[in-house]
Design a protein around this ligand. Structure first.
Ligand SMILES: [Zn+2]
Length: 572
Protein backbone atom coordinates (compact mmCIF):
# COMPACT_ATOMS: atom_id res chain seq x y z
CA UNK A 1 0.00 0.00 0.00
CA UNK A 2 1.46 3.33 -1.09
CA UNK A 3 1.29 6.43 1.12
CA UNK A 4 0.35 9.63 -0.63
CA UNK A 5 0.40 13.12 0.82
CA UNK A 6 -1.72 15.60 -1.13
CA UNK A 7 -2.03 19.33 -0.57
CA UNK A 8 -4.18 21.84 -2.39
CA UNK A 9 -3.13 25.50 -2.56
CA UNK A 10 -4.91 27.15 0.34
CA UNK A 11 -7.74 29.57 -0.51
CA UNK A 12 -7.60 33.08 0.86
CA UNK A 13 -10.06 33.83 3.63
CA UNK A 14 -11.72 37.00 2.31
CA UNK A 15 -14.80 35.66 0.60
CA UNK A 16 -16.30 32.81 -1.31
CA UNK A 17 -14.25 31.47 -4.20
CA UNK A 18 -15.42 31.17 -7.79
CA UNK A 19 -15.41 28.07 -9.98
CA UNK A 20 -12.10 29.06 -11.56
CA UNK A 21 -10.45 28.95 -8.14
CA UNK A 22 -12.08 25.59 -7.42
CA UNK A 23 -10.81 23.88 -10.56
CA UNK A 24 -7.34 25.42 -10.16
CA UNK A 25 -6.40 23.31 -7.14
CA UNK A 26 -8.96 21.94 -4.65
CA UNK A 27 -11.14 19.99 -7.07
CA UNK A 28 -8.42 18.17 -9.04
CA UNK A 29 -6.63 17.48 -5.74
CA UNK A 30 -9.85 15.90 -4.46
CA UNK A 31 -10.16 13.82 -7.63
CA UNK A 32 -6.65 12.47 -7.09
CA UNK A 33 -7.23 11.86 -3.37
CA UNK A 34 -10.45 9.96 -4.00
CA UNK A 35 -8.84 7.90 -6.74
CA UNK A 36 -5.86 6.96 -4.58
CA UNK A 37 -8.12 6.00 -1.69
CA UNK A 38 -10.22 3.98 -4.14
CA UNK A 39 -7.09 2.07 -5.14
CA UNK A 40 -6.59 1.16 -1.48
CA UNK A 41 -3.68 3.52 -0.84
CA UNK A 42 -3.18 5.47 2.38
CA UNK A 43 -3.91 9.13 1.68
CA UNK A 44 -3.45 12.31 3.70
CA UNK A 45 -5.29 15.12 1.90
CA UNK A 46 -4.79 18.57 3.43
CA UNK A 47 -6.11 22.04 2.75
CA UNK A 48 -6.74 25.14 4.87
CA UNK A 49 -7.76 28.76 4.75
CA UNK A 50 -5.03 31.37 4.26
CA UNK A 51 -5.94 33.95 6.88
CA UNK A 52 -3.20 36.53 7.33
CA UNK A 53 -2.30 39.72 5.51
CA UNK A 54 -3.80 43.12 4.79
CA UNK A 55 -6.73 41.94 2.59
CA UNK A 56 -8.13 39.95 5.54
CA UNK A 57 -7.81 42.99 7.82
CA UNK A 58 -9.59 45.20 5.29
CA UNK A 59 -12.36 42.69 4.62
CA UNK A 60 -12.96 42.34 8.36
CA UNK A 61 -13.03 46.09 8.80
CA UNK A 62 -15.51 46.40 5.93
CA UNK A 63 -17.68 43.75 7.59
CA UNK A 64 -17.42 45.66 10.89
CA UNK A 65 -15.88 42.71 12.73
CA UNK A 66 -12.66 42.02 14.60
CA UNK A 67 -10.33 40.24 12.17
CA UNK A 68 -10.06 37.04 14.22
CA UNK A 69 -13.83 36.72 14.45
CA UNK A 70 -14.19 37.48 10.74
CA UNK A 71 -11.68 34.73 9.90
CA UNK A 72 -13.38 32.22 12.18
CA UNK A 73 -16.72 32.88 10.51
CA UNK A 74 -15.37 32.85 6.96
CA UNK A 75 -13.45 29.67 7.65
CA UNK A 76 -16.72 27.98 8.65
CA UNK A 77 -18.43 29.30 5.51
CA UNK A 78 -15.66 27.97 3.27
CA UNK A 79 -15.52 24.64 5.13
CA UNK A 80 -19.27 24.18 4.69
CA UNK A 81 -19.15 24.88 0.95
CA UNK A 82 -16.17 22.54 0.58
CA UNK A 83 -18.13 19.76 2.28
CA UNK A 84 -21.11 20.35 0.02
CA UNK A 85 -18.84 20.13 -3.04
CA UNK A 86 -17.60 16.79 -1.74
CA UNK A 87 -14.02 17.97 -1.17
CA UNK A 88 -12.75 15.08 0.92
CA UNK A 89 -10.02 16.76 2.97
CA UNK A 90 -8.67 14.73 5.85
CA UNK A 91 -8.36 18.09 7.52
CA UNK A 92 -9.33 21.62 6.51
CA UNK A 93 -7.14 23.76 8.71
CA UNK A 94 -6.43 27.42 9.37
CA UNK A 95 -3.16 29.25 8.83
CA UNK A 96 -3.95 31.26 11.98
CA UNK A 97 -3.92 28.11 14.12
CA UNK A 98 -1.65 27.84 17.19
CA UNK A 99 0.06 24.94 15.40
CA UNK A 100 1.05 27.23 12.54
CA UNK A 101 2.20 29.95 14.92
CA UNK A 102 4.50 27.46 16.57
CA UNK A 103 5.85 25.95 13.34
CA UNK A 104 6.34 29.27 11.55
CA UNK A 105 8.31 30.65 14.51
CA UNK A 106 10.21 27.38 14.67
CA UNK A 107 11.24 27.60 11.00
CA UNK A 108 12.30 31.23 11.37
CA UNK A 109 14.45 30.27 14.35
CA UNK A 110 16.06 27.41 12.44
CA UNK A 111 16.74 29.59 9.42
CA UNK A 112 18.34 32.24 11.63
CA UNK A 113 20.51 29.63 13.30
CA UNK A 114 21.79 28.53 9.89
CA UNK A 115 22.64 32.10 8.90
CA UNK A 116 19.85 32.35 6.35
CA UNK A 117 18.10 35.41 7.75
CA UNK A 118 19.41 38.95 7.49
CA UNK A 119 17.99 42.05 9.12
CA UNK A 120 17.45 45.03 6.88
CA UNK A 121 16.56 48.58 7.86
CA UNK A 122 14.48 50.15 5.15
CA UNK A 123 12.29 53.12 4.45
CA UNK A 124 8.60 52.48 4.11
CA UNK A 125 5.54 54.64 3.60
CA UNK A 126 3.66 55.33 6.82
CA UNK A 127 0.13 56.75 6.86
CA UNK A 128 -0.51 58.91 9.90
CA UNK A 129 -4.26 58.91 9.30
CA UNK A 130 -4.36 55.08 9.15
CA UNK A 131 -1.81 54.73 11.95
CA UNK A 132 0.14 52.10 10.01
CA UNK A 133 2.75 51.31 7.45
CA UNK A 134 1.17 50.77 4.05
CA UNK A 135 1.95 47.79 1.83
CA UNK A 136 2.93 49.01 -1.67
CA UNK A 137 -0.32 48.04 -3.27
CA UNK A 138 -2.31 50.09 -0.78
CA UNK A 139 -0.71 53.26 -2.05
CA UNK A 140 -1.96 54.83 -5.27
CA UNK A 141 -0.95 57.90 -7.22
CA UNK A 142 -0.14 59.18 -10.67
CA UNK A 143 2.27 57.11 -12.76
CA UNK A 144 5.46 59.06 -13.52
CA UNK A 145 5.80 57.10 -16.75
CA UNK A 146 2.38 57.41 -18.41
CA UNK A 147 0.38 59.80 -16.25
CA UNK A 148 -2.26 57.17 -15.32
CA UNK A 149 -3.89 58.45 -12.14
CA UNK A 150 -4.55 55.16 -10.34
CA UNK A 151 -1.12 53.54 -10.51
CA UNK A 152 -0.35 51.30 -7.53
CA UNK A 153 2.75 51.56 -5.41
CA UNK A 154 4.16 48.35 -6.87
CA UNK A 155 3.08 48.61 -10.50
CA UNK A 156 1.15 50.75 -12.98
CA UNK A 157 -1.76 48.75 -14.37
CA UNK A 158 -1.90 51.02 -17.41
CA UNK A 159 1.69 50.84 -18.71
CA UNK A 160 2.79 47.82 -16.55
CA UNK A 161 5.91 49.68 -15.31
CA UNK A 162 7.22 48.33 -12.02
CA UNK A 163 7.14 51.14 -9.48
CA UNK A 164 8.25 52.07 -6.03
CA UNK A 165 5.73 53.96 -3.87
CA UNK A 166 8.14 56.91 -3.80
CA UNK A 167 7.97 57.13 -7.62
CA UNK A 168 4.28 58.04 -7.52
CA UNK A 169 3.12 61.63 -7.98
CA UNK A 170 0.55 62.66 -5.33
CA UNK A 171 0.55 59.32 -3.51
CA UNK A 172 -2.37 58.51 -1.21
CA UNK A 173 -3.57 55.65 0.99
CA UNK A 174 -6.24 53.49 -0.66
CA UNK A 175 -7.49 52.57 2.80
CA UNK A 176 -8.40 56.07 4.03
CA UNK A 177 -7.62 58.20 0.97
CA UNK A 178 -5.22 60.23 3.12
CA UNK A 179 -2.27 61.96 1.43
CA UNK A 180 -0.55 62.49 4.77
CA UNK A 181 2.15 59.90 4.09
CA UNK A 182 5.79 59.90 5.08
CA UNK A 183 8.76 57.62 4.77
CA UNK A 184 9.75 56.05 8.04
CA UNK A 185 12.50 53.64 8.98
CA UNK A 186 11.51 50.10 9.79
CA UNK A 187 13.44 46.87 10.25
CA UNK A 188 12.57 43.66 8.43
CA UNK A 189 13.84 40.12 8.09
CA UNK A 190 14.91 38.75 4.72
CA UNK A 191 15.25 35.08 3.81
CA UNK A 192 18.62 34.74 2.08
CA UNK A 193 17.30 32.72 -0.84
CA UNK A 194 20.13 33.97 -3.06
CA UNK A 195 22.64 31.90 -1.10
CA UNK A 196 20.55 28.79 -1.75
CA UNK A 197 20.27 29.22 -5.51
CA UNK A 198 22.59 26.34 -6.46
CA UNK A 199 20.96 23.96 -4.04
CA UNK A 200 17.48 24.84 -5.27
CA UNK A 201 18.53 24.61 -8.90
CA UNK A 202 20.09 21.17 -8.41
CA UNK A 203 16.91 20.00 -6.70
CA UNK A 204 14.70 21.31 -9.53
CA UNK A 205 17.02 19.77 -12.13
CA UNK A 206 16.54 16.41 -10.41
CA UNK A 207 12.78 16.60 -11.07
CA UNK A 208 12.89 15.26 -14.60
CA UNK A 209 9.25 14.15 -14.55
CA UNK A 210 7.84 17.60 -13.76
CA UNK A 211 5.77 19.38 -16.42
CA UNK A 212 7.68 22.02 -18.38
CA UNK A 213 5.15 24.64 -17.22
CA UNK A 214 6.34 24.07 -13.65
CA UNK A 215 10.10 23.86 -14.16
CA UNK A 216 10.28 26.73 -16.65
CA UNK A 217 8.59 29.10 -14.20
CA UNK A 218 11.02 28.05 -11.44
CA UNK A 219 14.06 28.40 -13.73
CA UNK A 220 12.96 31.85 -14.79
CA UNK A 221 12.88 33.03 -11.19
CA UNK A 222 16.23 31.39 -10.48
CA UNK A 223 18.09 32.88 -13.40
CA UNK A 224 16.37 35.89 -14.96
CA UNK A 225 17.88 39.32 -14.37
CA UNK A 226 19.96 39.34 -11.21
CA UNK A 227 18.85 35.82 -10.33
CA UNK A 228 17.02 34.63 -7.25
CA UNK A 229 16.42 37.51 -4.85
CA UNK A 230 16.32 37.49 -1.07
CA UNK A 231 12.79 37.85 0.14
CA UNK A 232 11.26 39.92 2.91
CA UNK A 233 9.44 37.63 5.33
CA UNK A 234 8.09 40.16 7.85
CA UNK A 235 5.56 43.00 7.80
CA UNK A 236 4.47 45.88 9.99
CA UNK A 237 0.95 44.63 10.69
CA UNK A 238 -1.08 43.67 13.74
CA UNK A 239 -2.78 40.58 12.31
CA UNK A 240 -0.43 37.67 11.74
CA UNK A 241 2.08 35.43 13.43
CA UNK A 242 4.31 37.45 15.77
CA UNK A 243 7.97 37.44 14.74
CA UNK A 244 9.88 35.17 17.08
CA UNK A 245 13.04 33.11 16.88
CA UNK A 246 11.54 29.76 17.82
CA UNK A 247 10.14 30.30 21.31
CA UNK A 248 12.45 33.29 21.93
CA UNK A 249 11.75 36.97 21.40
CA UNK A 250 13.46 38.56 18.39
CA UNK A 251 15.09 41.80 19.56
CA UNK A 252 14.07 44.75 17.41
CA UNK A 253 11.17 42.89 15.81
CA UNK A 254 8.60 43.51 18.51
CA UNK A 255 5.11 44.24 17.19
CA UNK A 256 5.84 42.82 13.73
CA UNK A 257 4.44 39.72 12.09
CA UNK A 258 5.62 37.23 9.49
CA UNK A 259 4.59 37.96 5.91
CA UNK A 260 1.59 35.89 4.84
CA UNK A 261 3.59 34.25 2.05
CA UNK A 262 6.06 32.91 4.59
CA UNK A 263 3.53 31.32 6.94
CA UNK A 264 0.93 30.13 4.38
CA UNK A 265 2.86 27.14 2.93
CA UNK A 266 4.08 26.17 6.41
CA UNK A 267 0.38 25.64 7.15
CA UNK A 268 0.52 22.52 4.95
CA UNK A 269 2.58 20.96 7.73
CA UNK A 270 0.79 22.66 10.61
CA UNK A 271 -2.48 21.38 9.13
CA UNK A 272 -1.30 17.79 9.63
CA UNK A 273 -0.52 18.61 13.25
CA UNK A 274 -3.98 20.21 13.61
CA UNK A 275 -5.42 16.96 12.23
CA UNK A 276 -3.47 14.83 14.73
CA UNK A 277 -4.29 17.14 17.64
CA UNK A 278 -8.01 17.12 16.75
CA UNK A 279 -7.97 13.34 16.75
CA UNK A 280 -6.05 13.13 20.01
CA UNK A 281 -3.07 11.47 18.28
CA UNK A 282 0.51 12.12 19.25
CA UNK A 283 3.11 13.88 17.11
CA UNK A 284 4.32 10.70 15.45
CA UNK A 285 0.94 10.51 13.63
CA UNK A 286 1.61 13.67 11.58
CA UNK A 287 5.39 13.44 11.56
CA UNK A 288 5.27 10.14 9.65
CA UNK A 289 3.87 12.22 6.74
CA UNK A 290 6.28 15.11 7.00
CA UNK A 291 9.60 14.05 8.55
CA UNK A 292 11.82 11.77 6.52
CA UNK A 293 13.53 10.69 9.74
CA UNK A 294 10.17 9.66 11.17
CA UNK A 295 8.61 7.58 8.42
CA UNK A 296 7.96 10.01 5.55
CA UNK A 297 10.71 8.48 3.41
CA UNK A 298 8.21 6.32 1.55
CA UNK A 299 5.60 9.06 1.20
CA UNK A 300 4.85 10.47 -2.24
CA UNK A 301 4.01 14.17 -1.85
CA UNK A 302 1.92 15.85 -4.58
CA UNK A 303 0.92 19.52 -4.60
CA UNK A 304 -1.94 21.02 -6.64
CA UNK A 305 -2.05 24.73 -7.52
CA UNK A 306 -2.68 27.42 -10.12
CA UNK A 307 0.33 28.50 -12.17
CA UNK A 308 0.61 31.81 -10.30
CA UNK A 309 1.54 29.86 -7.16
CA UNK A 310 4.36 27.87 -8.75
CA UNK A 311 7.28 30.20 -7.84
CA UNK A 312 6.50 30.09 -4.11
CA UNK A 313 6.14 26.30 -4.14
CA UNK A 314 9.25 25.59 -6.20
CA UNK A 315 11.52 28.16 -4.51
CA UNK A 316 10.28 29.95 -1.39
CA UNK A 317 8.78 27.02 0.49
CA UNK A 318 11.54 24.51 -0.41
CA UNK A 319 14.11 27.16 0.62
CA UNK A 320 12.40 27.32 4.03
CA UNK A 321 12.36 23.53 4.40
CA UNK A 322 15.92 22.93 3.15
CA UNK A 323 17.30 25.93 5.00
CA UNK A 324 15.96 24.64 8.32
CA UNK A 325 18.62 21.93 8.26
CA UNK A 326 15.96 19.45 9.39
CA UNK A 327 14.72 16.42 7.41
CA UNK A 328 11.35 17.74 6.18
CA UNK A 329 9.57 16.05 3.30
CA UNK A 330 9.93 17.98 0.03
CA UNK A 331 7.37 17.89 -2.75
CA UNK A 332 7.72 15.04 -5.27
CA UNK A 333 5.35 16.31 -7.93
CA UNK A 334 3.65 19.63 -8.63
CA UNK A 335 0.48 19.61 -10.69
CA UNK A 336 -0.22 23.16 -11.82
CA UNK A 337 -3.13 24.61 -13.76
CA UNK A 338 -3.76 27.45 -16.15
CA UNK A 339 -6.79 29.72 -15.71
CA UNK A 340 -10.48 29.13 -16.27
CA UNK A 341 -12.16 32.13 -17.89
CA UNK A 342 -15.83 32.94 -17.76
CA UNK A 343 -17.99 33.44 -20.84
CA UNK A 344 -15.69 35.61 -22.92
CA UNK A 345 -13.86 37.33 -20.04
CA UNK A 346 -12.48 36.73 -16.60
CA UNK A 347 -14.20 35.78 -13.39
CA UNK A 348 -14.37 38.89 -11.24
CA UNK A 349 -14.89 38.78 -7.50
CA UNK A 350 -15.32 42.54 -7.22
CA UNK A 351 -17.85 42.75 -10.05
CA UNK A 352 -19.57 39.45 -9.24
CA UNK A 353 -18.89 38.17 -12.72
CA UNK A 354 -19.11 34.40 -13.05
CA UNK A 355 -20.42 31.67 -10.80
CA UNK A 356 -19.25 31.49 -7.19
CA UNK A 357 -19.18 28.26 -5.24
CA UNK A 358 -22.20 29.03 -3.06
CA UNK A 359 -24.30 30.16 -6.03
CA UNK A 360 -23.34 27.09 -8.03
CA UNK A 361 -24.80 24.83 -5.34
CA UNK A 362 -27.98 26.90 -5.16
CA UNK A 363 -28.83 26.07 -8.75
CA UNK A 364 -27.48 22.57 -9.32
CA UNK A 365 -26.02 19.65 -7.33
CA UNK A 366 -22.25 19.49 -6.90
CA UNK A 367 -21.69 16.61 -9.36
CA UNK A 368 -22.88 18.67 -12.35
CA UNK A 369 -20.18 21.22 -11.60
CA UNK A 370 -17.54 18.68 -10.68
CA UNK A 371 -18.03 16.84 -13.94
CA UNK A 372 -17.94 19.90 -16.15
CA UNK A 373 -15.01 21.54 -14.36
CA UNK A 374 -12.85 18.43 -14.27
CA UNK A 375 -13.65 17.36 -17.83
CA UNK A 376 -12.67 20.89 -18.96
CA UNK A 377 -9.78 21.45 -16.53
CA UNK A 378 -7.36 24.16 -17.77
CA UNK A 379 -4.37 21.85 -18.09
CA UNK A 380 -2.45 22.56 -21.29
CA UNK A 381 -3.90 26.05 -21.75
CA UNK A 382 -6.50 28.39 -20.30
CA UNK A 383 -10.07 27.09 -20.58
CA UNK A 384 -13.38 28.86 -20.80
CA UNK A 385 -16.71 28.28 -19.11
CA UNK A 386 -19.72 28.95 -21.33
CA UNK A 387 -23.30 28.11 -20.47
CA UNK A 388 -23.86 26.45 -23.86
CA UNK A 389 -20.95 24.14 -23.34
CA UNK A 390 -22.01 23.42 -19.77
CA UNK A 391 -25.55 22.55 -20.85
CA UNK A 392 -24.38 20.29 -23.69
CA UNK A 393 -21.82 18.52 -21.50
CA UNK A 394 -24.21 17.88 -18.60
CA UNK A 395 -27.12 16.83 -20.81
CA UNK A 396 -25.07 14.52 -23.02
CA UNK A 397 -22.48 13.00 -20.71
CA UNK A 398 -24.39 12.81 -17.46
CA UNK A 399 -28.07 12.60 -18.45
CA UNK A 400 -28.00 10.87 -21.86
CA UNK A 401 -25.05 8.56 -21.40
CA UNK A 402 -24.74 7.62 -17.72
CA UNK A 403 -28.18 8.52 -16.35
CA UNK A 404 -30.07 7.00 -19.23
CA UNK A 405 -28.13 3.75 -19.04
CA UNK A 406 -28.92 3.32 -15.34
CA UNK A 407 -32.56 4.19 -15.83
CA UNK A 408 -33.16 1.86 -18.79
CA UNK A 409 -31.56 -1.24 -17.37
CA UNK A 410 -33.03 -0.96 -13.88
CA UNK A 411 -36.54 -0.18 -15.12
CA UNK A 412 -36.48 -2.96 -17.69
CA UNK A 413 -35.32 -5.41 -15.05
CA UNK A 414 -38.07 -4.33 -12.71
CA UNK A 415 -40.74 -4.81 -15.37
CA UNK A 416 -39.63 -8.31 -16.42
CA UNK A 417 -37.76 -9.82 -13.48
CA UNK A 418 -38.58 -7.60 -10.50
CA UNK A 419 -36.04 -5.58 -8.46
CA UNK A 420 -33.62 -8.47 -8.22
CA UNK A 421 -30.61 -9.54 -10.32
CA UNK A 422 -31.95 -12.25 -12.67
CA UNK A 423 -30.30 -15.64 -13.12
CA UNK A 424 -29.60 -17.79 -16.16
CA UNK A 425 -27.78 -17.48 -19.52
CA UNK A 426 -24.10 -17.33 -20.37
CA UNK A 427 -21.87 -14.78 -22.11
CA UNK A 428 -21.56 -14.87 -25.91
CA UNK A 429 -19.27 -13.11 -28.38
CA UNK A 430 -20.86 -9.74 -27.79
CA UNK A 431 -20.18 -9.86 -24.07
CA UNK A 432 -16.60 -11.08 -24.60
CA UNK A 433 -15.99 -8.12 -26.92
CA UNK A 434 -17.44 -5.71 -24.35
CA UNK A 435 -15.20 -7.15 -21.63
CA UNK A 436 -12.10 -6.77 -23.81
CA UNK A 437 -13.05 -3.19 -24.62
CA UNK A 438 -13.77 -2.31 -20.99
CA UNK A 439 -10.52 -3.91 -19.83
CA UNK A 440 -8.45 -1.78 -22.21
CA UNK A 441 -10.36 1.35 -21.26
CA UNK A 442 -10.09 0.66 -17.54
CA UNK A 443 -6.30 0.39 -17.79
CA UNK A 444 -6.17 3.62 -19.82
CA UNK A 445 -8.36 5.35 -17.22
CA UNK A 446 -6.09 4.20 -14.41
CA UNK A 447 -3.00 5.40 -16.28
CA UNK A 448 -4.52 8.87 -16.79
CA UNK A 449 -5.57 9.13 -13.16
CA UNK A 450 -2.16 8.02 -11.95
CA UNK A 451 -0.54 10.66 -14.18
CA UNK A 452 -3.07 13.31 -13.07
CA UNK A 453 -4.14 13.86 -16.68
CA UNK A 454 -7.53 15.12 -15.57
CA UNK A 455 -9.21 15.83 -18.91
CA UNK A 456 -7.97 12.62 -20.50
CA UNK A 457 -9.16 10.65 -17.48
CA UNK A 458 -12.65 12.13 -17.86
CA UNK A 459 -12.66 11.13 -21.53
CA UNK A 460 -11.70 7.56 -20.66
CA UNK A 461 -14.41 7.38 -18.00
CA UNK A 462 -16.98 8.72 -20.44
CA UNK A 463 -15.86 6.11 -22.99
CA UNK A 464 -16.47 3.41 -20.36
CA UNK A 465 -20.02 4.72 -19.88
CA UNK A 466 -20.55 4.86 -23.64
CA UNK A 467 -19.39 1.26 -24.07
CA UNK A 468 -22.14 0.09 -21.71
CA UNK A 469 -24.74 2.16 -23.51
CA UNK A 470 -23.73 0.81 -26.89
CA UNK A 471 -23.81 -2.72 -25.58
CA UNK A 472 -27.30 -2.23 -24.20
CA UNK A 473 -28.45 -0.70 -27.48
CA UNK A 474 -27.20 -3.58 -29.59
CA UNK A 475 -27.95 -6.43 -27.13
CA UNK A 476 -31.47 -5.01 -26.74
CA UNK A 477 -32.71 -7.27 -23.91
CA UNK A 478 -36.26 -5.95 -24.50
CA UNK A 479 -36.19 -7.74 -27.91
CA UNK A 480 -34.17 -10.75 -26.78
CA UNK A 481 -36.64 -11.35 -23.98
CA UNK A 482 -39.38 -12.42 -26.39
CA UNK A 483 -37.38 -15.28 -27.98
CA UNK A 484 -34.73 -16.09 -25.39
CA UNK A 485 -35.56 -14.99 -21.81
CA UNK A 486 -32.44 -16.71 -20.41
CA UNK A 487 -30.19 -14.69 -22.67
CA UNK A 488 -32.09 -11.52 -21.77
CA UNK A 489 -31.55 -12.36 -18.08
CA UNK A 490 -27.79 -12.60 -18.67
CA UNK A 491 -27.78 -9.27 -20.52
CA UNK A 492 -29.70 -7.58 -17.72
CA UNK A 493 -27.45 -9.11 -15.05
CA UNK A 494 -24.42 -7.81 -16.90
CA UNK A 495 -26.06 -4.39 -17.21
CA UNK A 496 -26.82 -4.22 -13.49
CA UNK A 497 -23.23 -5.17 -12.71
CA UNK A 498 -22.06 -2.44 -15.06
CA UNK A 499 -23.93 0.03 -12.85
CA UNK A 500 -21.91 -1.20 -9.91
CA UNK A 501 -18.70 -0.89 -11.91
CA UNK A 502 -19.66 2.65 -12.92
CA UNK A 503 -20.44 3.61 -9.33
CA UNK A 504 -16.93 2.54 -8.27
CA UNK A 505 -15.04 4.02 -11.24
CA UNK A 506 -16.98 7.30 -11.30
CA UNK A 507 -16.76 8.07 -7.57
CA UNK A 508 -13.67 10.32 -7.86
CA UNK A 509 -15.47 12.55 -10.40
CA UNK A 510 -19.10 12.41 -9.23
CA UNK A 511 -19.12 11.09 -5.64
CA UNK A 512 -22.73 12.01 -4.88
CA UNK A 513 -24.23 10.21 -7.89
CA UNK A 514 -21.93 7.32 -7.12
CA UNK A 515 -23.28 7.16 -3.56
CA UNK A 516 -26.86 7.18 -4.92
CA UNK A 517 -26.03 4.18 -7.10
CA UNK A 518 -24.29 2.37 -4.26
CA UNK A 519 -27.38 2.78 -2.13
CA UNK A 520 -29.92 1.87 -4.81
CA UNK A 521 -27.97 -1.18 -5.96
CA UNK A 522 -27.17 -2.11 -2.33
CA UNK A 523 -23.50 -2.42 -3.18
CA UNK A 524 -21.39 -3.63 -0.30
CA UNK A 525 -18.11 -4.30 -2.04
CA UNK A 526 -16.89 -0.99 -3.46
CA UNK A 527 -13.35 -2.15 -4.11
CA UNK A 528 -11.55 -1.10 -7.26
CA UNK A 529 -11.90 -3.74 -10.01
CA UNK A 530 -8.78 -5.85 -10.46
CA UNK A 531 -10.27 -7.39 -13.58
CA UNK A 532 -13.46 -6.70 -15.47
CA UNK A 533 -14.76 -10.30 -15.60
CA UNK A 534 -14.75 -10.61 -11.80
CA UNK A 535 -16.15 -7.11 -11.39
CA UNK A 536 -19.10 -7.95 -13.65
CA UNK A 537 -20.04 -10.89 -11.44
CA UNK A 538 -19.99 -8.95 -8.17
CA UNK A 539 -23.78 -8.66 -7.94
CA UNK A 540 -24.92 -12.30 -8.09
CA UNK A 541 -28.28 -13.62 -9.28
CA UNK A 542 -30.84 -13.06 -6.54
CA UNK A 543 -29.26 -9.79 -5.31
CA UNK A 544 -32.00 -7.25 -4.55
CA UNK A 545 -31.87 -3.59 -5.57
CA UNK A 546 -34.20 -0.59 -6.02
CA UNK A 547 -34.61 1.47 -9.16
CA UNK A 548 -32.85 4.76 -8.34
CA UNK A 549 -34.46 8.16 -8.85
CA UNK A 550 -33.45 10.15 -11.92
CA UNK A 551 -29.69 10.49 -11.57
CA UNK A 552 -29.22 13.70 -13.59
CA UNK A 553 -31.94 16.08 -14.77
CA UNK A 554 -31.36 17.83 -18.06
CA UNK A 555 -30.67 21.56 -18.13
CA UNK A 556 -33.40 23.34 -20.10
CA UNK A 557 -32.74 26.18 -22.53
CA UNK A 558 -34.79 28.42 -20.30
CA UNK A 559 -32.63 27.74 -17.23
CA UNK A 560 -29.48 28.20 -19.25
CA UNK A 561 -30.63 31.62 -20.47
CA UNK A 562 -31.70 32.66 -16.96
CA UNK A 563 -28.36 31.74 -15.46
CA UNK A 564 -26.41 33.38 -18.25
CA UNK A 565 -28.11 36.68 -17.43
CA UNK A 566 -27.95 36.23 -13.67
CA UNK A 567 -24.19 35.66 -13.54
CA UNK A 568 -23.12 38.21 -16.15
CA UNK A 569 -21.75 40.53 -13.46
CA UNK A 570 -24.17 42.63 -11.50
CA UNK A 571 -23.32 41.60 -7.95
CA UNK A 572 -21.97 44.55 -5.99
ZN1 LIG B 1 1.94 54.04 -16.09
Amino acid sequence: MARILITSAIPYINGIKHLGNLVGSQLPADLFARYQRGRGNEVMFLCATDEHGTPAELAASKAGKPVDQYCTEMHEVQADIARRFGLSFDHFGRSSSPQNHWLTQHFAGQLAEHGLIREVVEQQMYSKADGRFLPDRYIEGTCPNCGYESARGDQCDNCTKQLDPTDLINPHSTISGSTDLELRETKHLYLRQSTMKDKLEAWIDSKTDWPVLTTSIAKKWLNDGDGLQDRGITRDLDWGIPVKKGAEEWPGMEGKVFYVWFDAPIEYIACAKEWADAKGLDDSAWQRWWRTDKGADDVRYVEFMGKDNVPFHTLGFPATLMGSGEPWKLVDYIKSFNYLNYDGGQFSTSRGRGVFMDQALEILPADYWRWWLLSHAPESSDAEFTWDNFQVSVNKDLADVLGNFVSRITKFCRSKFGEVVPEGGTYGAQEEALIADLTARLRAYEACMEAMEVRKASQELRAIWVAGNEYLQSAAPWSTFKEDPERAAMQVRLGLNLIRLYAVLSAPFIPFASATLVEAMRIEDQSWPADVVTALAALPAGHAFSVPDVLFAKISDEDREDWQTRFAGIRT
